[in-house]
Design a protein around this ligand. Structure first.
Ligand code: ZN
Length: 350
Protein backbone atom coordinates (compact mmCIF):
# COMPACT_ATOMS: atom_id res chain seq x y z
CA UNK A 1 0.00 0.00 0.00
CA UNK A 2 2.78 2.40 0.88
CA UNK A 3 4.45 1.63 -2.46
CA UNK A 4 1.22 2.47 -4.25
CA UNK A 5 0.96 5.83 -2.50
CA UNK A 6 4.57 6.68 -3.36
CA UNK A 7 3.90 5.78 -7.01
CA UNK A 8 0.74 7.86 -7.05
CA UNK A 9 2.61 10.81 -5.56
CA UNK A 10 5.39 10.48 -8.15
CA UNK A 11 2.84 10.40 -10.94
CA UNK A 12 0.91 13.38 -9.56
CA UNK A 13 4.05 15.52 -9.25
CA UNK A 14 5.29 14.57 -12.71
CA UNK A 15 2.16 15.89 -14.39
CA UNK A 16 2.36 19.24 -12.57
CA UNK A 17 3.89 21.74 -14.99
CA UNK A 18 7.32 22.53 -13.63
CA UNK A 19 9.22 24.22 -16.43
CA UNK A 20 10.18 21.39 -18.80
CA UNK A 21 13.42 23.05 -19.83
CA UNK A 22 14.60 26.64 -19.59
CA UNK A 23 17.73 27.93 -21.28
CA UNK A 24 19.32 31.20 -20.18
CA UNK A 25 21.14 33.00 -22.99
CA UNK A 26 23.95 35.35 -22.01
CA UNK A 27 24.27 38.46 -24.15
CA UNK A 28 27.58 40.30 -24.47
CA UNK A 29 28.97 43.06 -26.70
CA UNK A 30 32.54 44.25 -25.96
CA UNK A 31 35.27 42.40 -24.09
CA UNK A 32 37.77 44.90 -22.69
CA UNK A 33 38.82 47.54 -20.19
CA UNK A 34 38.88 50.53 -22.55
CA UNK A 35 35.48 50.10 -24.21
CA UNK A 36 32.12 51.67 -23.19
CA UNK A 37 31.49 50.08 -19.79
CA UNK A 38 27.72 49.91 -20.33
CA UNK A 39 28.21 47.26 -23.04
CA UNK A 40 31.44 45.66 -21.79
CA UNK A 41 32.80 42.85 -19.69
CA UNK A 42 36.49 42.53 -18.96
CA UNK A 43 38.29 39.33 -19.96
CA UNK A 44 38.46 38.49 -16.24
CA UNK A 45 34.68 38.89 -15.87
CA UNK A 46 34.08 36.73 -18.95
CA UNK A 47 36.40 34.08 -17.52
CA UNK A 48 34.56 34.26 -14.17
CA UNK A 49 31.18 33.77 -15.91
CA UNK A 50 32.42 30.75 -17.88
CA UNK A 51 34.05 29.32 -14.73
CA UNK A 52 30.77 29.77 -12.86
CA UNK A 53 28.88 27.86 -15.60
CA UNK A 54 31.41 25.05 -15.28
CA UNK A 55 31.37 24.94 -11.46
CA UNK A 56 27.59 24.90 -11.45
CA UNK A 57 27.46 22.05 -13.97
CA UNK A 58 25.67 23.98 -16.69
CA UNK A 59 25.35 22.40 -20.11
CA UNK A 60 26.26 25.10 -22.63
CA UNK A 61 24.47 24.56 -25.93
CA UNK A 62 24.58 26.26 -29.31
CA UNK A 63 21.40 28.10 -30.30
CA UNK A 64 20.75 25.45 -32.97
CA UNK A 65 20.99 22.69 -30.35
CA UNK A 66 18.48 24.48 -28.13
CA UNK A 67 16.17 24.97 -31.09
CA UNK A 68 16.42 21.25 -31.88
CA UNK A 69 15.67 20.22 -28.29
CA UNK A 70 12.46 22.25 -28.28
CA UNK A 71 11.46 21.26 -31.83
CA UNK A 72 11.86 17.55 -31.06
CA UNK A 73 10.56 17.81 -27.52
CA UNK A 74 13.81 16.31 -26.19
CA UNK A 75 14.43 16.80 -22.48
CA UNK A 76 16.92 19.51 -21.55
CA UNK A 77 19.41 19.35 -18.68
CA UNK A 78 18.24 21.05 -15.50
CA UNK A 79 20.82 23.81 -15.94
CA UNK A 80 21.30 24.88 -19.56
CA UNK A 81 22.77 28.04 -21.06
CA UNK A 82 23.83 29.58 -24.36
CA UNK A 83 26.35 32.36 -25.01
CA UNK A 84 26.04 35.21 -27.53
CA UNK A 85 28.02 38.30 -28.59
CA UNK A 86 26.48 41.11 -30.63
CA UNK A 87 28.27 43.30 -33.22
CA UNK A 88 31.49 41.30 -33.70
CA UNK A 89 33.81 43.86 -32.06
CA UNK A 90 37.50 43.25 -32.63
CA UNK A 91 38.13 43.19 -28.86
CA UNK A 92 36.04 40.00 -28.62
CA UNK A 93 38.84 38.33 -30.56
CA UNK A 94 41.69 40.19 -28.87
CA UNK A 95 40.54 39.86 -25.26
CA UNK A 96 38.23 36.85 -25.53
CA UNK A 97 40.36 34.35 -27.47
CA UNK A 98 42.20 33.00 -24.42
CA UNK A 99 38.90 32.47 -22.58
CA UNK A 100 37.27 30.76 -25.56
CA UNK A 101 40.27 28.42 -25.88
CA UNK A 102 40.20 27.63 -22.17
CA UNK A 103 36.53 26.56 -21.98
CA UNK A 104 35.74 25.59 -25.57
CA UNK A 105 32.03 26.38 -25.09
CA UNK A 106 29.84 26.93 -28.15
CA UNK A 107 28.98 30.64 -28.58
CA UNK A 108 27.32 32.73 -31.27
CA UNK A 109 28.65 36.00 -32.69
CA UNK A 110 26.06 38.16 -34.46
CA UNK A 111 27.84 40.29 -37.07
CA UNK A 112 27.05 43.20 -39.42
CA UNK A 113 28.96 42.47 -42.67
CA UNK A 114 28.46 45.99 -44.11
CA UNK A 115 29.92 47.61 -40.98
CA UNK A 116 32.80 45.10 -41.03
CA UNK A 117 33.67 46.37 -44.50
CA UNK A 118 33.27 50.06 -43.60
CA UNK A 119 35.22 50.04 -40.31
CA UNK A 120 37.59 47.05 -40.45
CA UNK A 121 39.72 48.34 -37.56
CA UNK A 122 36.71 48.13 -35.21
CA UNK A 123 35.31 44.76 -36.16
CA UNK A 124 36.68 41.23 -36.39
CA UNK A 125 37.75 40.14 -39.86
CA UNK A 126 36.37 37.04 -41.55
CA UNK A 127 39.76 35.41 -40.90
CA UNK A 128 39.48 36.09 -37.18
CA UNK A 129 35.91 34.79 -37.14
CA UNK A 130 37.11 31.63 -38.93
CA UNK A 131 39.81 31.19 -36.31
CA UNK A 132 37.24 31.55 -33.52
CA UNK A 133 35.13 28.87 -35.21
CA UNK A 134 37.83 26.42 -34.12
CA UNK A 135 37.10 27.34 -30.50
CA UNK A 136 33.32 27.10 -30.55
CA UNK A 137 32.17 30.22 -32.43
CA UNK A 138 29.10 30.15 -34.65
CA UNK A 139 28.59 33.22 -36.82
CA UNK A 140 25.09 34.64 -37.30
CA UNK A 141 23.20 37.65 -38.60
CA UNK A 142 22.83 41.06 -36.88
CA UNK A 143 21.68 42.80 -40.13
CA UNK A 144 23.94 44.61 -42.55
CA UNK A 145 23.56 48.18 -41.29
CA UNK A 146 22.53 47.99 -37.61
CA UNK A 147 19.58 50.35 -38.12
CA UNK A 148 16.68 50.86 -35.76
CA UNK A 149 14.80 48.45 -38.02
CA UNK A 150 11.27 49.41 -36.97
CA UNK A 151 11.77 53.06 -37.99
CA UNK A 152 9.97 54.05 -41.16
CA UNK A 153 11.53 56.73 -43.34
CA UNK A 154 9.46 59.81 -44.15
CA UNK A 155 6.92 58.95 -46.86
CA UNK A 156 8.09 55.33 -46.92
CA UNK A 157 5.26 52.90 -47.75
CA UNK A 158 4.89 49.62 -45.86
CA UNK A 159 6.06 47.75 -48.92
CA UNK A 160 9.13 50.03 -49.35
CA UNK A 161 10.00 49.51 -45.67
CA UNK A 162 9.65 45.75 -46.02
CA UNK A 163 11.90 45.73 -49.07
CA UNK A 164 14.53 47.93 -47.41
CA UNK A 165 14.84 45.95 -44.17
CA UNK A 166 14.52 42.57 -45.88
CA UNK A 167 17.42 43.42 -48.22
CA UNK A 168 19.46 44.52 -45.23
CA UNK A 169 18.86 41.14 -43.55
CA UNK A 170 19.23 38.91 -46.62
CA UNK A 171 22.33 40.70 -47.99
CA UNK A 172 24.01 40.17 -44.62
CA UNK A 173 23.04 36.48 -44.66
CA UNK A 174 24.36 36.06 -48.22
CA UNK A 175 27.73 37.50 -47.27
CA UNK A 176 28.00 35.40 -44.09
CA UNK A 177 27.15 32.24 -46.04
CA UNK A 178 29.56 33.16 -48.83
CA UNK A 179 32.43 33.74 -46.40
CA UNK A 180 31.79 30.83 -44.04
CA UNK A 181 29.53 28.36 -45.82
CA UNK A 182 25.80 28.15 -45.14
CA UNK A 183 25.09 29.13 -41.51
CA UNK A 184 21.97 28.70 -39.34
CA UNK A 185 19.42 31.45 -39.97
CA UNK A 186 19.69 33.10 -36.59
CA UNK A 187 19.11 36.84 -36.33
CA UNK A 188 19.71 39.25 -33.45
CA UNK A 189 17.64 42.44 -33.62
CA UNK A 190 19.84 45.57 -33.56
CA UNK A 191 19.17 47.21 -30.14
CA UNK A 192 16.75 44.34 -29.43
CA UNK A 193 13.97 46.30 -31.17
CA UNK A 194 11.18 44.66 -33.14
CA UNK A 195 7.52 44.99 -34.02
CA UNK A 196 5.00 42.42 -35.34
CA UNK A 197 5.70 43.32 -39.00
CA UNK A 198 9.44 42.72 -38.57
CA UNK A 199 8.76 39.46 -36.69
CA UNK A 200 6.51 38.31 -39.52
CA UNK A 201 9.14 39.16 -42.14
CA UNK A 202 11.79 37.12 -40.31
CA UNK A 203 9.44 34.20 -39.74
CA UNK A 204 8.46 34.16 -43.43
CA UNK A 205 12.14 33.88 -44.34
CA UNK A 206 12.89 31.09 -41.88
CA UNK A 207 14.82 33.04 -39.24
CA UNK A 208 14.88 32.60 -35.49
CA UNK A 209 15.16 36.04 -33.90
CA UNK A 210 16.81 37.03 -30.64
CA UNK A 211 15.93 40.10 -28.58
CA UNK A 212 17.30 41.87 -25.52
CA UNK A 213 14.55 41.73 -22.93
CA UNK A 214 15.52 39.27 -20.24
CA UNK A 215 14.20 35.82 -19.35
CA UNK A 216 14.99 32.23 -20.30
CA UNK A 217 14.14 30.52 -23.61
CA UNK A 218 11.50 27.81 -23.18
CA UNK A 219 9.24 25.69 -25.38
CA UNK A 220 6.59 28.43 -24.96
CA UNK A 221 8.80 31.26 -26.28
CA UNK A 222 7.91 32.93 -29.60
CA UNK A 223 10.72 32.10 -32.02
CA UNK A 224 10.84 35.70 -33.23
CA UNK A 225 11.19 37.18 -29.73
CA UNK A 226 13.68 34.98 -27.91
CA UNK A 227 14.89 36.75 -24.75
CA UNK A 228 18.50 37.00 -23.58
CA UNK A 229 20.05 38.19 -20.34
CA UNK A 230 22.36 41.20 -20.78
CA UNK A 231 25.58 40.27 -18.97
CA UNK A 232 27.69 43.45 -19.33
CA UNK A 233 28.47 46.26 -16.90
CA UNK A 234 26.31 46.15 -13.74
CA UNK A 235 24.66 42.96 -15.06
CA UNK A 236 28.04 41.16 -15.03
CA UNK A 237 27.81 40.76 -11.24
CA UNK A 238 27.49 37.02 -10.56
CA UNK A 239 25.51 37.62 -7.36
CA UNK A 240 22.53 38.65 -9.50
CA UNK A 241 23.47 36.99 -12.80
CA UNK A 242 23.47 33.54 -11.16
CA UNK A 243 19.77 33.88 -10.22
CA UNK A 244 18.98 34.77 -13.84
CA UNK A 245 21.03 31.87 -15.21
CA UNK A 246 19.00 29.46 -13.06
CA UNK A 247 15.65 31.10 -13.85
CA UNK A 248 12.65 29.25 -15.24
CA UNK A 249 10.27 30.30 -18.02
CA UNK A 250 6.54 30.72 -17.51
CA UNK A 251 4.17 28.67 -19.74
CA UNK A 252 3.11 31.77 -21.70
CA UNK A 253 0.17 31.30 -24.06
CA UNK A 254 -0.53 34.90 -25.08
CA UNK A 255 0.73 38.42 -24.41
CA UNK A 256 -1.18 41.69 -24.76
CA UNK A 257 -0.10 44.09 -26.22
CA UNK A 258 1.67 42.04 -28.91
CA UNK A 259 4.17 44.84 -29.62
CA UNK A 260 6.85 46.55 -27.57
CA UNK A 261 6.24 49.79 -29.53
CA UNK A 262 4.22 52.34 -27.57
CA UNK A 263 2.92 55.75 -28.64
CA UNK A 264 4.78 58.78 -27.34
CA UNK A 265 1.89 59.68 -25.03
CA UNK A 266 1.48 56.17 -23.56
CA UNK A 267 3.21 56.97 -20.30
CA UNK A 268 1.87 54.21 -18.08
CA UNK A 269 0.95 51.20 -20.24
CA UNK A 270 -0.31 47.90 -18.86
CA UNK A 271 0.27 44.39 -20.12
CA UNK A 272 -1.50 41.06 -19.70
CA UNK A 273 0.05 37.61 -19.88
CA UNK A 274 -2.02 34.46 -20.24
CA UNK A 275 -0.49 31.22 -18.97
CA UNK A 276 -1.16 27.52 -19.44
CA UNK A 277 -2.13 25.76 -16.23
CA UNK A 278 0.62 25.53 -13.66
CA UNK A 279 0.57 25.10 -9.92
CA UNK A 280 4.33 25.38 -9.52
CA UNK A 281 4.11 28.83 -7.94
CA UNK A 282 1.90 30.92 -5.71
CA UNK A 283 0.51 33.80 -7.84
CA UNK A 284 0.45 36.06 -4.78
CA UNK A 285 4.24 35.81 -4.58
CA UNK A 286 4.79 37.35 -8.01
CA UNK A 287 6.53 40.73 -7.99
CA UNK A 288 7.09 42.97 -10.99
CA UNK A 289 9.92 45.48 -11.08
CA UNK A 290 9.33 48.66 -13.08
CA UNK A 291 11.98 51.33 -12.68
CA UNK A 292 12.22 51.91 -8.93
CA UNK A 293 8.76 50.53 -8.11
CA UNK A 294 7.62 47.01 -7.24
CA UNK A 295 4.17 46.21 -8.59
CA UNK A 296 1.76 43.42 -7.71
CA UNK A 297 0.03 41.91 -10.75
CA UNK A 298 -3.73 41.55 -10.84
CA UNK A 299 -4.74 37.90 -11.39
CA UNK A 300 -7.81 36.63 -13.17
CA UNK A 301 -7.72 32.84 -13.46
CA UNK A 302 -4.62 32.10 -15.57
CA UNK A 303 -4.02 35.70 -16.64
CA UNK A 304 -2.06 38.38 -14.87
CA UNK A 305 -2.14 42.08 -15.65
CA UNK A 306 0.45 44.62 -14.62
CA UNK A 307 -0.54 48.28 -14.62
CA UNK A 308 2.44 50.62 -14.60
CA UNK A 309 2.24 53.56 -12.21
CA UNK A 310 5.39 55.56 -13.05
CA UNK A 311 5.86 56.93 -16.57
CA UNK A 312 8.14 54.78 -18.70
CA UNK A 313 11.17 56.66 -20.06
CA UNK A 314 11.64 57.59 -23.73
CA UNK A 315 13.50 54.80 -25.51
CA UNK A 316 13.79 51.20 -24.38
CA UNK A 317 12.75 49.90 -20.97
CA UNK A 318 11.42 46.65 -19.53
CA UNK A 319 9.40 45.33 -16.63
CA UNK A 320 10.60 42.09 -15.04
CA UNK A 321 8.28 39.81 -13.08
CA UNK A 322 9.56 37.00 -10.86
CA UNK A 323 7.95 34.34 -8.68
CA UNK A 324 9.60 31.45 -6.79
CA UNK A 325 9.15 27.87 -8.04
CA UNK A 326 7.66 25.33 -5.63
CA UNK A 327 9.26 22.26 -7.21
CA UNK A 328 12.73 23.79 -7.58
CA UNK A 329 13.52 25.62 -4.34
CA UNK A 330 15.78 28.64 -4.79
CA UNK A 331 14.82 29.06 -8.45
CA UNK A 332 12.51 31.74 -9.87
CA UNK A 333 10.22 32.07 -12.84
CA UNK A 334 11.28 35.14 -14.81
CA UNK A 335 9.16 37.09 -17.29
CA UNK A 336 10.22 40.33 -18.98
CA UNK A 337 7.97 42.74 -20.89
CA UNK A 338 9.88 45.13 -23.18
CA UNK A 339 8.72 48.64 -24.07
CA UNK A 340 9.88 51.30 -26.48
CA UNK A 341 8.42 54.78 -26.06
CA UNK A 342 9.41 57.18 -28.86
CA UNK A 343 10.12 60.86 -28.32
CA UNK A 344 7.82 63.45 -29.92
CA UNK A 345 9.64 62.99 -33.27
CA UNK A 346 9.01 59.26 -33.30
CA UNK A 347 12.64 58.30 -32.67
CA UNK A 348 14.75 57.45 -29.61
CA UNK A 349 18.41 57.16 -28.66
CA UNK A 350 20.61 54.10 -29.37
ZN1 ZN B 1 24.20 45.44 -31.92
Amino acid sequence: MRFFIVMLFAWATSIAWAAPGSVAILQYHHVGNDTPRVTSVTAAELDAHFAWLKENKFTVLSLAEVQEHFAQNKPLPDYAAAITFDDGWRNVYQDGLAVFKKYNYPFTIFVNPKLMREAPHQYMSWEQLKELQQYGAIIANHSNSHWHMTWRHTDETDSDWRQRVLSDILDAQDEIDEQLGTQAKHFAYPYGEYDPQLEQLLEEHGFLAFAQHSGPWTAATSLTAIPRFPASAQYANLATLSTKMKSLGLPVVAIEPATMMMDHDMLTPSFTVELAHTDDFNPRQMNCFAGSSVLKPEWSERRFTVQLEQAIPEGRSRVNCTVPSRAKPGRFYWYSQPFVRPNANGTWPD
